[in-house]
Design a protein. Structure first.
Length: 257
């Protein structure tokens, strides 16, 4: 099996294992020290498996519909992007509801001790919707609560908050393009330089300062992360807010055709 196929199957098996509750198989797909950042969870690969198991036991499971993985491999490293729709059936204020959250899942994978494992996972949230599962049923949602939530995952935030899962407002989303651009750049910089890898050039954008070098170093046969932190810091969030303000101003100034 070639590396692209093997990495693609790794990603698909990790999502399938989570959807089916096959926790031992899911654990095999993730490095113990993997960096996982989702709407409801931030932590290591090992803790993500345990938290997913606890979430499912509470009746808050999810299913994923995935598009074909886009895989870039260089040596023992790979970057993967997968279009995904996350589906949840749950209850909100006594009403059975169906949530669909559209995302792009970005993975880093490494070949460690002869096999590929996932070493990071970050979704980029695009949009979501929430509907009663029975047509015609009234669902009352406070508009002020939605106005305070990020537009790219506001329904997900509303539902999971109601289910007892606090959701951060600094996740990657298409409504804040600057951190998203930085994430893509950091992933391809981590993958390494390659002349024909066009996404690496595109991810760097327009003459931005290069990010700090990302490295993974071996230690007793099990590499560990060093200097890799894709989470947006306060400065990035402020820059993104400024960019959003300029974008809105440009939109208002552009004649409609």
């Amino acid at each position: 099996m070639d590396d692209v196929t093997e990495v693609s199957q790794l990603i698909l098996h990790e999502r399938r294992s989570r959807d089916r509750g096959w926790w031992s198989h899911m654990r095999e797909c993730l490095a113990v020290d993997a960096a996982v950042r989702l709407s409801w969870f931030r932590g290591s690969g090992a803790d993500f498996v345990a938290a997913s198991r606890e979430m499912a036991a509470r009746g808050d499971g999810a299913a994923h519909t995935l598009g074909p993985p886009a895989v870039d491999v260089l040596g023992a490293r790979a970057v993967v992007e997968v279009a995904a729709a996350i589906h949840m059936r749950s209850e909100l204020d006594g009403v059975e509801v169906d949530l669909t959250s559209h995302t792009r899942l970005l993975y880093r994978a490494e070949r460690r001790t002869g096999r590929w494992v996932i070493v990071s996972l970050d979704p980029i949230y695009e949009r979501d919707n929430l509907l009663p599962s029975v047509p015609g049923t009234h669902l009352d949602i406070d508009p002020d609560a939605l106005a305070r939530a990020r537009p790219t995952y506001r329904m997900l935030t509303h539902l999971l908050n109601a289910r007892g899962y606090p959701i951060a407002d600094d996740l990657y989303g298409d409504d804040r393009p600057a951190p998203v651009q930085r994430l893509y750049r950091s992933l391809f910089d981590w993958l390494g330089p390659r002349a024909d890898l066009s996404p690496a050039t595109a991810a760097r954008g327009h003459q931005e300062e290069p990010s700090p070098a990302q490295s993974v170093t071996g230690q007793q046969g099990d590499p560990v992360r060093e200097n890799f932190s894709p989470w947006p810091d306060q400065a990035e969030r402020e820059e993104c807010e400024c960019l959003a303000d300029h974008t809105e101003g440009d939109r208002q100034a552009t004649p409609q055709r």
